[in-house]
Design a binder for this molecule. Sequence first.
Ligand SMILES: [Zn+2]
Ligand SMILES: [Zn+2]
Ligand SMILES: [Zn+2]
Length: 354
Amino acid sequence: MSQVVYITVESPDRAQGDGNAFAQAEWIHPHLIESVHPAKGRQFRVSGPVRKGEQLLVDHPYAIIPVVDEPASNDNLLCSNPTCNRRASCPTRVSCPDACITDVVWCGEACQNADTRRHAFECLWLKRYAGLIRAKWGEYDFGMLWLIVRILATRQTGHASPTTNFELQGEQERFKQGWDAIESLCGSQDTWSHEQVKAWSTLVKKYLRSSSILPHGLPTDRILHLICQEEANSFGLYPRETGVFPLPHPPVDRGEQFAAAVYAVAAIANHSCLPNVSHKPDNQGRMVFTASQDILPGEECCISYFDLTRFGDLNTRREHLRKSFRFVCRCERCSSEEPVEEAVEWTGMPLMDD
Ligand SMILES: [Zn+2]
Ligand SMILES: [Zn+2]
Ligand SMILES: [Zn+2]
């Protein structure tokens, strides 16, 4: 018999503000391991058999932002308290007393009070820049910059995980967590086109320098690197599963995006157009990986980075992955669909240009 003990802890790291106690994965399957592939880099494998339907990972977001239209009246806004992240529906939710932006809400006063310190880190920045960035650069760039600010807020203010499951500690130690994990995410200036990096560099200099409004203390180069990492590793959150394959009849898409988040452990997963793992956020913004078929010891665990109902044939999939994720997919399915004369050796190298 095993007894799981949940206990709230205040991490000693919290005083130092490195935030490493925040956002520990809530569940990691005992067989899930990380390894390094010479071409693909970090990857998930299993050290023992995993049956279809078993949960492999439940990972708490390191940082998460809502992504919705008309936030003032939208019922899909998420509570800003990082230990909650539940849907905060209109009649009962509370807004920021300093009226920073309508996207910031809490499901109630208790969540708001518990989140005072973290929100103080972003509030001034939001008040000063949110409207400006949205008007001048658009919603996508605003969301990206806000997610970076929330990553910095977690790093800066830290947060003890609401429940630390001591039975899990052995598993957690197999994976880096917290800011250490964010530092090891793939993605660098070489991953992206020169034009793209130049545009991000402008945004960093204008809006993300360390200042009294955003006191993170990191050099601008490091923040630019953080954007390169975030853009390579962040997840869109959708109400239904991503990566169910073969597609059911009729196909079911994953629905409309309601948030974007960065996960320390889930980010390790590589893509396959024939994934053996499906993923879907739970009602607290935690990313849940579930085996969608039996997985044999030593096999890699892959998710799909996109909605498989939307990009059907080889060329459409490859074009989407090349544009959005900067690599040429040579998964089992893509290789099998390649015309014979075009078959090329797997390189796994990211594209260096457009
Ligand atoms: Zn809440
Ligand atoms: Zn505020
Ligand atoms: Zn593929």
